[in-house]
Design a protein around this ligand. Structure first.
Ligand code: PLP
Length: 435
C-alpha cells in the first residue's frame, strides 16, 4: 500500500482532509507558511499554545542549546537542572499557597495527574472513601480516561461510554443564551448555577467526593465565560465540604486571560491548577500540575526512602521541554506579555462583537483573548456550516478554529489591532458567502 496517507490525524475529518490536504511547512511570528508557499495569518496562536508567536528566537536558541547539552536525563529518582529551575519559576508565578509542581507532557496528562493526586491526598489523610470526582457539563479535560470521564462534551464521550470511570458526576454548565447572549466578558446572570454543586453533595454526600474540576473559562466547548461570582461560590462550597477544587488552566494560564493564571484574574485560588500549552509556548510538549502545599505535605508521609506517589511519565520534566519553558518565561517577563494581552482585550472585544448581525450568528462571547462566535446549525447537518467557514477562512489566508458551529479565536498575546481587523473581516466575508 502507498503510505502517503498513513498519518491518521487527531480530531480531524480525515477523509475530507486527504481530499484537499492543508499542510503547514513553516512558521514565523504570527504567520504560517504552507506547502504551496502561501502565508497564513494564525488567528488561533497554534492551538491556544503559542501566545508569543511562532519560532520565537529566544525559545528556539534555548532549545537548540539544550538539546546539545542534555538531551534526556533519567527522570525517576534522578532529575535535571532545567526541570528543577522551571518548577521554581512556575511555583513563583502561581498563586500563593500553590507551591509544588508535577510535570507531564500534555493537558490530558495534567488532568489525569491532578485527579490521581486528589484521590491520593484524601486517602493519605484517612478519607480513602472520597473517590467521587465531579466535572461539569461541556467541560473539556483532554482525552485520557480520567479527563474524558470528568469532561462533559457529549461527542467525546459517546463512543467510549462503557469505559467512562465509575463514580463521576457533573454539575450543570453555565450557558444560558436567553440570559447571557452577546455578553461582553463575564455574564452578569448566573452565579447561582454554582449551587448545583450543593445538589451533588446532597445526592452523593460530601464524605464521598474527592474533587471538582472545572475550566475557569471553558475553551473547547466554545468559550463559556463564568458568570460574575460563580467561581467564588464554587470555592466556598468546596471549602465547606473539604472538596478539592481543581482549575484546568491548560488554555487560560500564561496570559490568555491577561494574567498569569485565570485564578489570579478572577481572584479565586483552587487547590490544584493544571497547565500545558503556553508553558513552553507550544514549542516542546509539556504540562505542569501545580499543587497546594498542604496537599503535597499530606502525601509526604511514611519512610523517607519510599516513593510517595506512584505516578509519573518517562518524560516528566524533560530537559529540552523545560529549557523551552524557561526561555518562554523569560520572554513573558521581558515582553510584559500578560499586561499586553490585558491591554488588547478591549480591542479584541470590539472587533469580535462587531460581527453581531452577520448571517448565521446567534451569539458572541469573549474573555481575555478567548473568543467564540456561535452560528445557527444547518438543519440536519450540525457542524457543517462552522467547518465551511473555517475552510473559507483558510483559503482566504486566515487560520481560525471551529468546534462544530462555534467559531473560536485565540489571537497572539501581542497581536496588533490590524491583525485582529483582518481576522474578523475574513470571517465576515466567509459568513456572508456560506449558505
Ligand atoms: N484541558 C483543557 C482545558 C484543554 O483545553 C485541553 C486541550 O485543548 C486539554 C485539557 C488537553 O490537552 P492536550 O491536548 O495537550 O492533551
Amino acid at each position: 500500500m502507498n503510505h502517503d496517507q498513513a498519518f491518521w490525524l487527531p480530531y480531524t475529518a480525515n477523509r475530507a482532509f486527504w481530499k484537499a490536504p492543508r499542510v503547514i511547512t513553516g512558521a514565523r511570528g504570527h504567520y504560517y507558511t504552507t506547502d504551496d508557499g502561501r502565508q497564513l495569518l494564525d488567528g488561533f496562536s497554534g492551538l491556544w499554545t503559542s501566545g508569543l508567536g511562532h519560532c520565537h528566537p529566544r525559545i528556539v536558541a534555548a532549545v537548540q542549546a539544550q538539546v546539545g547539552t542534555l538531551d534526556y536525563g533519567m527522570g525517576f529518582q534522578v532529575s535535571n537542572d532545567r526541570a528543577i529551575a522551571l518548577a521554581a519559576e512556575v511555583a513563583t508565578m502561581a498563586p500563593a499557597g500553590l507551591e509544588r509542581v508535577f510535570f507531564t507532557n500534555s493537558g490530558s496528562e495534567s488532568a489525569d495527574t491532578a485527579l490521581k493526586i486528589a484521590l491520593a491526598y484524601h486517602r493519605a489523610r484517612g478519607e480513602g472513601q472520597r473517590t467521587r470526582l465531579i466535572g461539569r457539563e461541556r467541560g473539556y479535560h483532554g482525552v485520557n480516561f480520567g479527563g474524558m470521564s470528568v469532561g462533559g462534551i457529549p461527542g467525546n464521550r459517546k463512543v467510549f461510554s462503557a469505559a467512562l470511570l465509575p463514580g463521576v458526576d457533573h454539575i450543570r454548565h453555565t450557558y444560558s443564551p436567553a440570559d447571557m447572549a452577546y455578553s461582553r466578558g463575564q455574564p452578569v446572570w448566573g452565579a447561582q448555577l454554582a449551587e448545583d454543586l450543593e445538589r451533588l453533595v446532597a445526592l452523593h454526600d460530601a464524605s464521598n467526593i474527592a474533587a471538582l474540576i472545572v475550566e475557569p473559562v471553558s475553551g473547547s466547548t466554545g468559550i463559556l465565560v463564568p458568570p460574575i461570582g460563580y467561581l467564588q461560590r464554587l470555592r466556598e462550597i468546596c471549602d465547606k465540604y473539604g472538596i478539592l477544587l481543581i482549575f484546568d488552566e491548560v488554555i487560560t494560564a500564561f496570559g490568555r486571560v491577561g494574567a498569569p493564571f485565570a485564578a489570579a484574574r478572577f481572584g479565586v485560588t483552587p487547590d490544584i491548577i493544571t497547565t500545558a500549552k503556553g508553558l513552553t509556548n507550544g514549542v516542546i510538549p509539556m504540562g505542569a500540575v501545580i499543587v497546594r502545599e498542604q496537599v503535597y505535605q499530606a502525601l509526604m508521609q511514611g519512610p523517607e526512602h519510599a516513593v510517595e506517589l506512584f505516578h509519573g511519565y518517562t518524560y516528566s520534566g524533560h530537559p529540552v521541554a523545560a529549557a523551552a519553558g524557561l526561555a518562554t518565561f523569560e520572554v513573558y517577563r521581558e515582553e510584559d506579555s500578560f499586561a499586553r494581552a490585558r491591554a488588547l482585550e478591549p480591542v479584541f472585544e470590539e472587533a469580535i462583537h462587531a460581527l453581531k448581525g452577520e448571517p448565521h450568528v446567534v451569539d458572541i462571547r469573549n474573555f481575555g483573548l478567548m473568543g467564540g462566535i456561535e452560528l445557527a446549525p444547518r438543519a440536519g447537518a450540525p457542524g457543517e456550516r462552522g467547518f465551511e467557514v473555517f475552510l473559507k477562512c483558510f483559503e482566504a489566508g486566515v487560520v481560525i478554529r471551529n468546534g462544530g458551529d462555534i467559531l473560536q479565536f485565540s489571537p497572539f498575546l501581542d497581536s496588533t489591532p490590524d491583525e485582529l481587523g483582518r481576522i474578523f473581516d475574513t470571517v465576515r466575508t466567509a459568513l456572508r458567502s456560506v449558505a
